[in-house]
Design a protein around this ligand. Structure first.
Ligand code: SF4
Ligand code: MG
Length: 291
């Protein structure tokens, strides 16, 4: 994200809390992620007046309300598209998108590949609880087939998707995963994502204590295994091999990080090539596009 927002202030994590009361259910994993965001902001000296927090719809999409920053609570699934537009219009701002598995990968699934392949310079933190929580417990793209939800009373008929594989495949330049019950791992990954120039994606497992009775804290603790110390984060093949969950274990930590030109960089290159802001005269554009 924009480095203009980093190392600007000295604030404590609590200074990033807004005046809005957090309304999540007791024991919800989202509390841990929110605290990790406050901590990452504090440790990076993020200037709250340079942050644009953007979300769609869902329990996790309430996050911007709880952060001291500029914010937009957009339509279901559209946070990524709005975040991309905000970043292009104001590349000096740090754009942070937060949302859930249903919002990001089902309703907003069409936007995810394009943020990744364009290397839009924003941070996307996905709170993955394998359920639609706000709408009271429907099966989501990351639900396990064993889950009996209101929409799947006999269990699910399909396999869950793997968000890490998806994001790696489409070209995200920073990909990590954590569990809300590991606040330091979450904060470190979010810090790395915020400091990364390009599209950074952090998948954080987060227990929904009200509607997902399968994916409990104990389940996630048992599921996760640290990314091996010898893992090379610039090796896409090795990152994908870990994302495929060898031995059934989900990797925890940073899987992939490379530097590539961002969408903003490429737009600046075009401006340089045409000697300023591109000409929007329609006739000239038609002439230019003819070989
Ligand atoms: Fe958290 Fe689930 Fe409650 Fe939503 S419904 S606040 S995800 S525990
Ligand atoms: Mg969810």
């Amino acid at each position: 994200m924009s480095s203009a927002a980093l190392n600007q202030v000295q604030l404590k994590p609590k200074d990033y809390k807004s005046e809005v009361s957090v309304v999540w259910c007791p024991g919800c994993g989202h509390f841990g992620i929110l605290n990790a965001i406050y901590r990452a902001f504090s440790e990076l000296g993020v200037d709250p007046t340079k942050v644009m927090a953007i979300s769609g719809i869902g329990c996790s999409s309430r996050t911007p309300y709880f952060i001291q920053s500029y914010k937009m609570h957009t339509l279901h699934g559209r946070a990524g598209a709005v975040g991309s537009g905000a970043q292009i219009a104001r590349p000096d701002l740090a754009v942070v998108v937060t949302g859930g598995d249903g919002d990001g990968f089902s309703i907003g699934g069409g936007h995810m590949p394009h943020m990744a392949r364009k290397n839009v310079d924003l941070t996307y933190i996905l709170y993955d609880n394998g359920i639609y929580g706000l709408t009271k417990g429907q099966y989501s793209p990351t639900s396990r087939p064993e889950l009996k939800a209101y929409t799947t009373p006999y269990g699910g008929p399909e396999e869950p998707m793997e968000p890490l594989l998806y994001m790696l495949t489409y070209g995200a330049t920073y990909v990590g995963q954590a569990f809300a019950g590991k606040p330091k791992v979450c904060a470190d990954l979010i810090k790395g994502a915020l400091a990364h120039k390009g599209f950074s994606y952090v998948n954080i497992f987060s227990q929904c204590t009200s509607f997902n009775y399968l994916d409990t804290i104990e389940y996630y603790r048992d599921l996760m295994e640290d990314v091996p110390a010898e893992h090379d984060v610039t090796d896409l093949g090795a990152a994908m091999a870990l994302a495929r969950r060898p031995n059934g274990k989900a990797p925890m930590g940073l899987l992939y990080k490379v530097d590539k030109p961002t969408l903003t960089d490429r737009l600046a290159d075009i401006r340089k090539r045409v000697g300023g802001t591109p000409d929007y005269d329609l006739k000239k554009i038609i002439d230019l596009s003819r070989p």
